[in-house]
Every structure is written in structure tokens, then in C-alpha cells.
Design a protein around this ligand. Structure first.
Ligand SMILES: Cc1cc2nc3c(=O)[nH]c(=O)nc-3n(C[C@H](O)[C@H](O)[C@H](O)COP(=O)(O)O)c2cc1C
Length: 168
């Protein structure tokens, strides 16, 4: 083996997971951001975590209102999910810009993409500074799933979003 950088390692571990982090903006609308760095943490109690750059607008939103829904997007919105990963919601309505249909989630004021395989409704428990990111540790309140939707993954250093079997 030869020594490599951590970003290079993340290419070698492709396909990497893809979530769409859904948060609520001050005007009540939903912001969508593409996030690979997430993980299950605990089943008892149910907990997950994800990491976002300190500069992300989504981070600002969840630190302020403590609410977030992580979704695993379906194949029909692959291009749009790439767009959500290259635009900030600070001054853009990403759902409108990328043509993502949103649906309500019972008991939450945050909406999610209609084409989602999984939705994990969370409240922020705590967050920690981790280098240039914050790590958000969340309690899971509800989980929804739709087996008909095929999950997306990030390929080639996050440059391509495709199902696991079609990534290469
Ligand atoms: C495939 C893919 C994966 C990404 N994963 C992450 C991630 O794990 N953490 C992160 O902070 N940004 C990640 N990004 C970049 C964010 O989605 C991007 O910075 C986005 O503009 C943030 O939006 P916001 O400012 O509305 O929160 C990823 C982008 C793509 C395309």
C-alpha cells in the first residue's frame, strides 16, 4: 500500500452514502442539502449523526431550531440531489430551482422529497466542532421507509450520484 490523502480514501471507499438533509428556514420553507457523512449511532435509544461544513446554511438552521429530517433520496431525483449539493439555501429555494416535489411529514413542519427511500425525523441532541465541520448528534423521533424507491450513492469523490449497481 502507498500513503494517500483522506479525500483520496473517500474516493476509494465509493460508493459512499447519500442523504438529503432537510431543515426549516425562518420563512417556514424547507432547505435541502446533500450530505454523505452520516451514520447510525444507536438503536437503544435510536440515534444518528451527520457532519456538515461549518459554513453550511443547513447547519445554521438546525443549530437554531433543533429540527432536521435526513432522507435517503430515490433515483428519480439524482440530478437534483447533485444540484442541492452545489448550491446554498441561504438565498435559493432549492426544491423550486431543481424541481424537487416535496411532501409533508406527519408531526413535522419540515417537508421531504417525495422520492425518498427512507426518512429519519430527528431532533438535535448536541453538536461538536470537528475540524472544519460540525458533527450533529441527533435523537430519532420517527422513521419512514418506501422499498419501491431505489437508494442513491455518491461515486467518484462525490462527483456523481447514482444507484450502487449503476455507479461505474
Ligand atoms: C454527493 C455530495 C455529498 C456531500 N456531502 C457533504 C457532507 O457530508 N457534508 C457537508 O458539509 N457537505 C456535503 N456536500 C456539500 C453540501 O451539500 C453543499 O455544501 C451545500 O451547498 C450545502 O447547502 P446549504 O448551505 O444549503 O446547507 C456534499 C455534496 C455532494 C454533491
Amino acid at each position: 500500500m502507498k500513503e494517500i490523502t483522506l479525500p483520496k480514501a473517500s474516493q476509494l471507499t465509493s460508493p459512499n452514502p447519500v442523504t438529503v438533509v432537510c431543515t426549516q428556514k425562518p420563512d417556514g420553507s424547507t432547505n435541502l442539502a446533500t450530505v454523505s457523512w452520516w451514520t447510525y449511532l444507536s438503536y437503544n435509544p435510536n440515534m444518528i449523526a451527520y457532519a456538515m461544513a461549518k459554513t453550511s446554511y443547513s447547519g445554521e438552521m438546525v443549530r437554531s431550531n433543533k429540527k432536521v429530517i435526513l432522507t435517503i433520496p430515490g433515483t428519480q431525483i439524482a440530478e437534483a440531489v447533485l444540484g442541492c449539493g452545489m448550491t446554498t439555501g441561504r438565498d435559493t429555494d432549492k426544491a423550486a430551482k431543481f424541481g424537487i416535489e416535496l411532501i409533508p411529514v406527519e408531526g413535522s413542519s419540515i417537508q421531504i422529497p417525495a422520492h425518498s427511500r427512507v426518512a429519519i425525523v430527528c431532533s438535535l441532541k448536541e453538536y461538536h466542532e470537528t475540524g472544519d465541520h460540525y458533527l450533529y448528534i441527533c435523537d430519532v423521533e420517527k422513521v419512514y421507509g418506501d422499498e419501491e424507491e431505489e437508494a442513491l450513492f455518491a461515486w467518484n469523490g462525490y462527483r456523481k450520484i447514482a444507484p450502487a449497481k449503476q455507479g461505474e
